[in-house]
Design a protein around this ligand. Structure first.
Ligand code: ZN
Length: 371
């Protein structure tokens, strides 16, 4: 055999190996987590095209809360979907919203609630509420379908809250009902952990937070407050075991490392005595309008009037209007974000889905979270 023939043969064998390898890859079934993520992405496109912006108390918010849960939960899981009316007053006008959830009863005494707010804000600026918080809503809709096909050790409730942006009215009504009736979530024990998904994509990094050690101001009963970091820490160990890119934010004035304030739906749960964790995409390394507080989300210069790259802040803090914000602005749109950050939302959605999925299906994650 000449060298040439040998080389040609080697090439043919290599090609065959590679082609059968890629064939095997194309026929392999995606993991359940990858399927949930892919379906969430699909649902997000529908939220954007069928509903768009969803101000608290608007008919668009109700369409997302009722029509989408009907389509993705009621019709395809066979699990009863529950709702609770929420009424609230903003600037003197009375409005209607709701919380909508489904509970999968498990065998153990543990019960995880995963929540996301359905409303959006900044519609006058052009926001579609894609990252805040449509992507998390889409994830919970898809996750519900997946969980309905599984045997769960621990009970799980997935809940969409109404009217978060105008004062946490939905999550407050939900936890008030839970405190008045500890069996409010039918078929499941009082929640032993809660994970809040608020803006899980868009910003530069993925963080997991716990509540502050100091009692939140909004809590009626100081003695019930639960400041435990156990849910955050359990999520972080799942993230590290699976090489997922989640981190704790560094300390900044008023907040210790990894601890967050009472500005989202985890807060009423912490007040109600439930250990909480909170997943959020932003960037705590930016020197924003009020310092390193994570409100500025991204370094991309087109999210700033003028960005000083070396100092990671505005060139002219007095004149800066945009401050790297995505949430509540014209940047929180699918077309805009896909253009600024091709692939980012999808990658972050994959990471959050994998984190939640491994947390839910991993052994003893909840038990250790509520210890
Ligand atoms: Zn939000």
């Amino acid at each position: 055999m000449t060298r040439i023939v040998f080389l040609v043969q080697l090439l043919v064998v290599t090609q065959l190996l590679f082609s059968s390898f890629s064939l095997a890859q194309t026929v392999s079934t995606p993991s359940p987590s990858a399927q949930v993520s892919a379906q969430s992405w699909q649902i997000l496109q529908e939220i954007v095209s069928d509903v768009g912006a969803r101000p608290a108390g608007s008919s668009n918010e109700r369409r997302l809360l009722h029509d989408f849960t009907n389509r993705y939960w009621s019709q395809s899981t066979g699990v009863p979907v529950n709702s609770q009316p929420v009424t609230f007053t903003v600037r003197g006008s009375k409005k209607r919203s709701a919380n909508v959830w489904l509970t999968f009863p498990g065998k153990s005494g543990e019960h995880l609630v995963i929540g996301a707010h359905a409303d959006s804000t900044g519609e006058d600026e052009g926001s579609q509420g894609v990252t805040d918080n449509g992507i998390a809503v889409a994830l919970l809709l898809a996750l519900g379908q997946q969980l309905s096909t599984m045997e769960l050790e621990d009970s799980v409730t997935l809940v969409l809250f109404g009217a978060e942006e105008v004062g946490l009215f939905g999550s407050q009504a939900f936890t008030t009902a839970l405190q008045n009736d500890r069996r409010f979530l039918t078929g499941a024990p009082f929640p032993t952990a809660m994970i809040n998904l608020d803006t899980i994509a868009g910003g530069d990094y993925l963080y997991v937070h716990s509540p502050t050690k100091k009692v939140y101001k909004r809590c009626d009963k100081v003695e019930s407050y639960n400041s435990s970091a156990s849910v955050r820490d359990a999520l972080m160990s799942v993230a590290s075991a699976n090489s997922l890119p989640f981190r704790l934010h560094p300390a900044y004035p008023g907040y210790r490392e990894g601890e967050t304030g009472e500005w989202s739906d985890h807060a009423p749960f912490a007040c109600a005595g439930i250990p909480v964790g909170y997943i959020e995409a932003t960037n705590f390394s930016i020197n924003g309008r009020d310092g390193y507080d994570g409100y500025s989300q991204a370094l991309h210069p087109s999210l700033w009037d003028c960005f000083d790259r070396s100092e990671k802040t505005a060139c002219n803090p007095e004149q800066e209007q945009r401050w790297g914000y995505i949430w509540h602005t014209q940047a929180d749109r699918l077309d805009k974000l896909n253009q600024l950050y091709p692939g980012r939302l999808r990658t972050q959605l994959n990471a959050v889905t994998e984190l939640l999925f491994n947390f839910l299906t991993g052994d003893k994650s909840l038990q250790s979270a509520s210890d």
